[in-house]
Design a protein around this ligand. Sequence first.
Ligand code: HSE
Length: 307
Amino acid sequence: MNEIKIFSPATVANVSCGFDVLGFCLDSVGDDMVIRKTEKKGIHITKIEGFDLPYEADLNVAGVSALAMYEAIDVDFGFEIEIYKNIKPGSGIGSSAASAVGSVFGMNELLGRPFNKTQLTGFAIKGEALASKCEHADNLAPALFGGFTLVKSISPLQILEIPSPDDLYATIIHPQIEIKTSESRAILPKKIALSDAITQWANFGSLIHALHTSDYDLIKESLHDVVVEPHRSKLIPHFNAVKKAAITAGALGCGISGSGPSIFTLSNSLETSNNVKDAIKNVYSKTGIAFEIHVSKINTEGVKIIS
Ligand code: HSE
């Protein structure tokens, strides 16, 4: 096999109370990429469609993660990468993670899978760091493993797969404005009150328990963020109105997707997820800000081969 086409999915990081460690994978949005072996050594980005991104491998998220893997192997050929980008950079649904994961996943397949998914995360984290100016894997891990993932540790990398309850659906609204991850990280406080930390880790622990036991009521009680959302929500127009409408329409919870501006909600059925879609669409239609909405089951497969 000399060429492979893959689908690299969008993801939701943080999931309210799990800043920088928890994420889940979407199935209706993502990038397509073609990875090809080539006689010319090195990593070569030969095509980018969808958004204006650099072709220089060391300036491109997909290129940087590919270079990290390329340095770890000893081969007498190179790789070409084509990127068909559907996830807008700066959207909050793991655009850079999809690129970073796609290149290393495709290369690994062409090489006969010498690396496991945790090792691939280790290469992809270098690409992600180019975009967000720090190393974190809460978008990368769900894109690679699928479902919900918990990044227990970055160094050494330790990733736990968390079960996804069968009837859990996400509705995501993506206002068409850009918030750079590096900037939305810069506004966060360096220290937090102990009382907030206690609330946050109680919610986080109970959310993980609720996902393991498919306890939708407990998911609802746990999807709160007292640490990050109070700061970042100010960057997202009409965040509070969207959240109120989503909860009123039956969502289990609503929060900022990754570093924003996308907003995610979780619901316990497709029907409720569609009702939530209508409710938040109604809010945003009146704002004059362009937006996209996605309804998605939790994607338990992650990045995959198309052909
Ligand atoms: N955990 C990251 C953040 C995800 O919220 O900054 C975005 O890359």
